[in-house]
Design a protein. Structure first.
Length: 384
């Protein structure tokens, strides 16, 4: 036999299960829930009748949900005994009340207010991430959700995060709520904010420097074949190369050939403000990124700083040649319309990619020899 207190403890444990909490608070199909109470044994009816009577009284006092009763016959009783056999709860409110926990009731009420004042796409996250949500003032969580709807990739345009004035936040808001904002943006942008870092994703000035991988494709231009350099240092440190190849992802280094007078800078992602460095004005520049809306958006951003750079391996012909074998789905496009810095052909490619179910070709999937040939041809036919 389970007492109301026994099942209250069980229901409280279930509240702390993120999967159950999400299902029961967001999906009406998970209701009602029914818990078995159990029946006294024949021995209990014979030797522990007082405890059985108390058990019945406790269940008769329950006013939450519905207790289902059944009549049972025992040899030791002259008449059928009506016993509680199960407890049905029909709503989240009944579940919370049945736990008899003031803490759970406070959490439930707070979640109710958060759900009412935030966008539905964030509700699962808020319900699941108790430790992150309830460690902050409620109004800060609501403000962070409001801010996450206003932010987009590159929104900071090179300014520090503390200088962003959106949704009425103060200058310390990002410091207090960095993890929460990043996680909310990850929901909107399929994990890109967390993957790239908040400053890089928003195009903000880094309080902590962004490290780029610099590779000497010549073999004699740097003290090392590869080295990491902070973007802030790269802004003010000229590199002894006539040609500079900017590459979106670090993982493409193995695809590059040996090239006279050439340095490759890899892993910038959306952090391209260093391209405004004065020393780059005398260099021959090329850019290579993924063929998808984000890759083309980064090309457009790079072109804002360096209008004369040459895009490599980012055209319709390349995409078409790999479309059926290597193209994948782009989880969340950058913007509905192509950026204005793209050429007419690039803008057409951008729209074409958005029209496809699989409109993304990652750099790493392009044949290594084709990459080496294209980069070598760029180097051979361009002069600083």
């Amino acid at each position: 036999m389970k007492t109301p207190a026994d099942l209250a403890r069980k229901l409280a444990r279930q509240w702390h299960n993120a999967d159950l909490r999400e299902q029961r608070l967001l999906n009406p199909l998970h209701w009602p829930i029914e818990l078995s109470i159990g029946k006294p044994t024949a021995n209990a009816m014979l030797n522990q009748l007082h405890q059985v009577r108390q058990h019945i009284q406790h269940w008769r006092a329950i006013d939450t949900g519905q207790v289902r009763w059944e009549e049972h016959h025992y040899q030791s009783t002259s008449e059928a005994v009506e016993l509680p056999v199960s407890w049905a709860l029909n709503t989240p409110t009944e579940w919370v009340n049945a736990t008899a926990s003031p803490d759970i009731r406070r959490e439930y009420q707070a979640l109710g207010r958060l759900v009412q004042q935030t966008d539905p796409q964030f509700h699962s996250f808020l319900i699941r991430q108790r430790s992150l949500v309830f460690n902050k003032p409620e109004h800060e969580v609501i403000k962070a959700a409001e801010l996450a709807l206003l932010l987009t990739a590159g929104a900071a345009q090179g300014s520090p995060l503390r200088a962003l004035s959106l949704a009425g936040i103060d200058s310390k808001f990002f410091d207090r709520n960095r993890t929460l904002i990043t996680r909310l943006l990850d929901i909107r942008f399929n994990g890109l904010a967390g993957e790239q870092g908040l400053e890089t994703f928003l195009g903000a000035q880094h309080d902590n420097d962004h490290w780029l991988l610099v590779a000497d494709l010549d073999g004699s231009l740097l003290p090392f074949t590869q080295q990491r350099v902070r973007d802030t240092e790269l802004m003010h440190t000229p590199l002894a190369a006539s040609h500079v190849l900017i590459i979106e992802n670090e993982r493409c280094l193995h695809q590059l050939p040996t090239l006279h007078g050439t340095i490759a800078i890899l892993g910038a992602g959306l952090n391209l403000r260093w391209l405004s460095a004065e020393w780059l004005s005398g260099k021959t520049l090329a850019y290579w990124g993924d063929i998808d809306s984000w890759g083309l958006s980064m090309l457009a951003q790079a072109r804002q700083h360096q209008p004369g750079l040459t895009p490599l391996l980012m055209n319709r012909a390349i995409f078409d040649s790999y479309q059926h074998s290597k193209a994948v789905t782009e989880p969340l496009p950058a913007t509905p319309e192509p950026p204005p810095q793209l050429s007419r052909e690039e803008a057409q490619l951008y729209r074409h990619l958005l029209s496809l179910e699989k409109g993304r070709l990652e750099q790493e999937f392009i044949d290594k020899q084709q990459v080496m040939d294209t980069v070598s041809q760029w180097r051979a036919h361009s002069n600083p």
